[in-house]
Design a protein around this ligand. Sequence first.
Ligand SMILES: O=C(O)CCC(=O)C(=O)O
Ligand SMILES: [Fe+2]
Length: 277
Amino acid sequence: MVTVQSPQVPAISPFVIRERTGSISTAEIISVLKGEITGLHIRQGFSTEIAKEITARFARNRGLKERKDGVPGQYIGASHYRKDAAGYFAEAENEHPFVDALFGSLVDPVRGLFDALRRELHKHRIELRLATSKRGQANICRAICWSGTGMYALEPHDDVAQVQCADDLAAVAKNTVVALNFYPSMPEEGGDLRIWSHKPTATDRNSQGVETTGYPYSIAYLEAVPSHDFKLQAGDIALIDGGFIHGVTRQLGNRKRRLLLNCFLGFARPDLVLWWT
Ligand SMILES: O=C(O)CCC(=O)C(=O)O
Ligand SMILES: [Fe+2]
């Protein structure tokens, strides 16, 4: 008997989007960690002067390199994508000085947010710290310019599949994996962060052949799924539940590059939140 497998139809997962101008609050970050908010966009969330300084430091950083793992982009720092814990923490240790050089002596928004969130969680007896192993410690962020040339500068993906492979972080994958993004530089047009109303399961990933990577989902698979575009500007901050499929639309206009500072965080235990890249 021949069985014909029906194509997996993506289920719609309702999402909650919040967009506003101003300073980010730790209460909102905690709401994203708890899965109460799916996407949070804070316009003008950090100083454009600091944004310019980080962008200039990125361009002259000696640690800037091309990604060689099938995701087109240039970056500084370490990525756990397609790595086991040993490979990831070794890369993180190696890249640490280059990540530090992005900020120099600046009072930067990434460490600012990390410190404020650590103080707030501490009040609730929850520890926030960088993920660590015998081989080293995660960096506070990585800096990336995506360079895909098709419809997407970064193709649709989820951030959870990659974590399930990185031993120590696997506990976090059972909870909300939050992607935290700061945008020091944005093109005149395009480069939107698009999020689809679909949180894939392991079965969905298998049907798309992305069980260990979560990357890339085809445009056909997402065709009937509603989406939301975050229109970003330099100085904006965006947090999303990385379990929902998201991608970055093509950049239009060449005068300014699109630069992202990115990290991930999530509950490893009810009393521990880990932070990694
Ligand atoms: O560049 C962005 O806005 C999103 C980045 C992202 O999805 C990732 O680094 O996994
Ligand atoms: Fe992502």
